[in-house]
Design a protein around this ligand. Structure first.
Ligand code: AMP
Length: 400
C-alpha cells in the first residue's frame, strides 16, 4: 500500500511517498517556485537517487503534482510502476478551525469537507488558500484516488474549554471562532504516543516540547492533549525563530501607533522580525545564535536564556495543570539537536523530580536523557509528522 503525503504552500509543494506495509518513506521531494520559474528536487534514498533543484516549469499546483507523479513512476528515478499504485493522498492542513476536528476524507469537489476547509481561509488565509490549491491539483491529476485531510489542530481538540477559551466577550469568540486551537498536533501526537510506549503506561502525564523554527509545548494526559502553548494562530507561546510568541497584547497597538505600522503589516512584523532574530539581531536559526553566544554576544545569549526559561515555565505550569508529571519529551530541530537548550531548560527542576544525565544528554543517539534517579523521565524522540499523516490517511481511506 502506497500513500502520498502532500504539504502544499502558496508557491511550493513538499511530498513524501510511504510504503505503509513497512511504514517506510520511499521517496520525497519538493516543487518550488510554482507559478514562476519552477524548481524540482526529488530523492529515493533506497536507490541512492537524487535530483537537486532542476529547472522545471510548473505554472500551477496541478502541474507540480503531474511532475512529481512522473518522477515517482519513472523507471530510473521512481519507486512505483504506475500512479494507480498510490492508494490515497494525505494533505497536511495547518488550520482546521472548529469545523475540521479530525482527519477526514474529502467527499468530492463540492462536498462538505472542502466547504469546511474554505471556511478556514479566514483563520489562516495564506496556508489554507495554498492547501486548497494543492488539493485541487491532486484531485485534477488523480481523480480516482481518495484524498484525506490531516489537520495540525486536530490533536488539540481534546483541550477542556477553560484551556482553550480566551477571556474576551463570549459572543465575539463565537462570532469569529476565536479560541486556542494549537498546532504541530501530528508531532505532539506522535512523540507523546512513543513516550507512552517507552513508559509502558497509557495513563502517563507528559509534556511534549516541539522546538523548531516554530515551537509549541503541549500537556498530554493519558494520550489526550489538555493544553498547548500555541493559540488562535501559531504565533503564541514560546519565543521562536522570528516569531515573538506570547507578549502583552497591549504592546501591539502601542507599537502600531509609535512605529506607524499599519494593520496589514503588523502580523508580518510579529511573525518575521521578532523571536531569536529580533532579540539577537543575528539570525532566526538557533545554530547561528548559539555560535554568536559562544563568541560572547550578549543579545544572542539572551535569546537562548529566554527560550530555556520559557520552556521551564511551561513544563512547571503543565505539571500543575495535570497534577503530576511522568515525562518530558524534546523533539524537532532544536529539541532533537540542541543539548544546551535541553540542559538549561531542565536545570534546577529537581523539586519536580527532573534531573538530566549530562552524558546521556550529550549522546546524539540517546532516547532517555534523564538520570537513573530522576523520577520524571526526559526523552529525545525524533518526530515524524509525515508518517502520522500517512497512517491516518490509510486508516481513513479504508473506512467504509
Ligand atoms: P525545524 O523547524 O524542526 O527544522 O528546526 C529548525 C531549528 O532547529 C533551527 O533553529 C536550527 O538551528 C535547529 N537545528 C536543526 N538542525 C540542527 C542541528 N543539527 N543542530 C543544532 N540545531 C539544529
Amino acid at each position: 500500500m502506497f500513500v502520498l503525503v502532500v504539504n502544499a504552500g502558496s508557491s511550493s509543494l513538499k511530498y513524501q511517498l510511504f510504503d505503509m506495509d513497512r511504514s517506510e518513506m520511499l521517496a520525497k521531494g519538493l516543487c518550488e517556485r510554482i507559478g514562476t520559474d519552477g524548481l524540482f528536487s526529488h530523492q529515493v534514498p533506497s536507490k541512492g537517487v537524487e535530483i537537486k533543484k532542476i529547472a522545471a516549469p510548473m505554472p500551477t499546483h496541478a502541474d507540480a503534482v503531474s511532475l512529481l507523479v512522473k518522477y515517482l513512476t519513472d523507471p530510473v528515478y521512481g519507486c512505483i510502476r504506475e500512479m494507480s499504485e498510490i492508494s490515497a493522498v494525505g494533505h497536511r492542513i495547518v488550520h482546521g478551525g472548529p469545523w475540521l476536528i479530525d482527519s477526514v476524507r474529502i467527499d468530492g469537489p463540492d462536498g462538505k469537507v472542502l466547504s469546511d476547509l474554505r471556511k478556514c481561509v479566514d483563520l489562516a488565509p495564506l496556508h489554507t488558500k495554498a492547501h486548497l490549491q494543492g488539493i485541487e491539483g491532486c484531485m485534477q491529476v488523480m481523480p480516482d484516488v481518495p484524498q484525506v485531510l490531516v489537520m495540525d489542530t486536530a490533536f488539540h481538540q481534546t483541550m477542556p474549554k477553560k484551556a482553550y477559551f480566551y477571556p474576551l466577550p463570549y459572543e465575539i469568540c463565537e462570532k469569529y471562532a476565536i479560541r486556542r486551537y494549537g498546532f504541530h498536533g501530528t508531532s505532539h501526537r506522535y512523540v507523546s504516543g512513543k513516550a507512552l510506549e517507552l513508559l509502558g503506561n497509557p495513563n502517563a502525564k507528559i509534556v511534549t516540547c516541539h522546538l523548531g523554527n516554530g515551537s509549541s509545548i503541549s500537556a498530554v494526559n493519558a494520550g489526550k492533549c489538555v493544553d498547548t502553548s500555541m493559540g488562535f494562530t501559531p504565533l503564541d507561546g514560546v519565543i521562536m525563530g522570528s516569531r515573538c510568541g506570547g507578549i502583552d497584547p497591549a504592546i501591539v497597538p502601542f507599537l502600531m501607533e509609535k512605529e506607524h505600522i499599519p494593520v496589514s503589516e503588523m502580523g508580518d512584523w510579529m511573525n518575521k522580525k521578532c523571536g531569536f532574530l529580533g532579540v539577537s539581531g543575528v539570525s532566526s536559526d538557533l545554530r547561528d545564535v548559539g555560535a554568536a553566544a559562544e563568541a560572547g554576544d550578549e543579545r544572542a545569549r539572551l535569546s537562548l536564556d529566554i527560550l530555556a526559561y520559557q520552556i521551564k515555565k511551561y513544563v512547571g505550569a503543565y505539571a500543575a495543570a495535570m497534577n503530576g508529571l511522568d515525562a518530558v519529551v524534546f523533539t524537532a530541530g532544536i529539541g532533537e539537536n540542541n543539548p544546551d537548550i535541553r540542559r538549561e531548560s531542565m536545570a534546577d527542576m529537581e523539586f519536580l523530580g527532573i534531573r538530566i544525565d549530562p552524558v546521556r544528554n550529550a549522546d546524539r543517539s540517546a532516547t532517555r536523557i534523564s538520570a537513573d534517579d530522576s523520577r520524571v523521565q526526559v526523552f529525545v524522540i525524533p518526530t515524524n509528522e509525515e508518517l502520522v499523516i500517512a497512517s491516518d490517511t490509510l486508516r481513513i481511506s479504508q473506512q467504509k
